[in-house]
Design a protein around this ligand. Structure first.
Ligand code: SF4
Length: 211
C-alpha cells in the first residue's frame, strides 16, 4: 500500500468518515481484518493529541503495549519519549503516536505485508484525524507500510518524502537504537530536521531544549 494520493483523495471509507478519533478507536477495537487479533490481548489503537502537527508511526505493539493497551510504553517507547522530549514534543501535548499494525504479532515478529495492508485503512483514517504536517516513520515497517513496500530504511532515512502536503521523515525505530546505540547520532540528525520543519510549517516559536 502506498500513500500516493490515498490519504485524502479517493472514496472515503466508513473509517475515514468516523466523526472523531474516539469513534474511530471504538470501531477499530472490534477489527478482525487480519489474523493478528486472534493472538493478542487487545487492539492498541494509538495515543496522543489530535489534530497535531507531528505524528510518529512505528511497527506494531510489543508485549508491554499489548498488556497495557498503549503504544510505545516498553523500553523502546521510553526511548522514543526521550527523543521526543529533547526535540520539544510530548505525546500528551503536541503529537500523536500510532503503529502500522494495531495488534501484536506473535513473538514480536515483523508484521507481514498482508497484515500491514489489512490494517492500512485503520491507519489511513487515523492520519486523517490527526491531520499532521509532519510524520516521523520509525523503522522499515513504517516506511514500507506507509510509503513504499520495497523501501529500505538505511537508504532513505534522513530524507524528506512529501505526499499530499504531508512531510514524511523516515528514521530508525527506537528498538534499533537499543540494539545499536551508534545509530542514535543519525536519529538525532533526523530529528533536528524535524524540529526545523516543524518551526517552518507549524510553530515558528517551537521550543526544543537541545536544538
Ligand atoms: S492488526 Fe489491524 S487489521 Fe489486523 S486485526 Fe488488528 S486492527 Fe485489524
Amino acid at each position: 500500500m502506498k500513500v500516493d494520493d490515498v490519504i485524502y483523495t479517493g472514496e472515503p471509507t466508513e473509517l475515514d468518515l468516523a466523526p472523531d478519533m474516539d469513534a474511530l478507536a471504538r470501531t477499530v477495537s472490534g477489527c478482525r481484518r487480519c489474523g493478528l487479533r486472534a493472538g493478542c490481548q487487545q487492539v492498541v489503537f494509538g495515543e496522543g493529541v489530535w489534530p497535531a502537527g507531528l505524528m510518529c508511526i512505528g511497527e506494531g505493539p510489543g508485549a508491554d503495549e499489548d498488556r497495557l493497551g498503549r503504544p510505545f510504553v516498553g523500553k523502546a517507547g521510553q526511548l522514543l519519549d526521550k527523543i521526543l522530549e529533547v526535540s520539544g514534543f510530548d505525546r500528551h501535548r503536541n503529537c500523536y503516536i500510532a503503529n502500522v499494525v494495531k495488534c501484536r504479532p506473535p513473538g514480536n515478529r515483523i508484521p507481514e505485508p498482508a497484515e500491514r495492508e489489512a490494517c492500512w485503512p485503520n491507519l489511513r483514517a487515523q492520519i486523517r484525524q490527526v491531520a499532521p504536517k509532519i510524520v516521523v516513520l520509525l523503522g522499515a515497517t513504517a516506511l514500507q507500510g506507509v510509503i513504499d513496500p520495497q523501501g529500505r530504511i538505511t537508504r532513505v532515512r534522513g530524507h524528506w518524502i512529501e505526499r499530499e502536503g504531508i512531510h514524511f521523515m523516515p528514521t530508525y525505530h527506537p528498538a534499533a537504537l537499543l540494539r545499536d546505540p551508534s545509530k542514535k547520532r543519525d536519529v538525532w540528525q533526523d530529528m533536528k530536521q524535524v524540529i526545523a520543519k516543524y518551526r517552518e510549517l507549524v510553530d515558528p516559536d517551537h521550543y526544543s531544549p537541545h536544538a
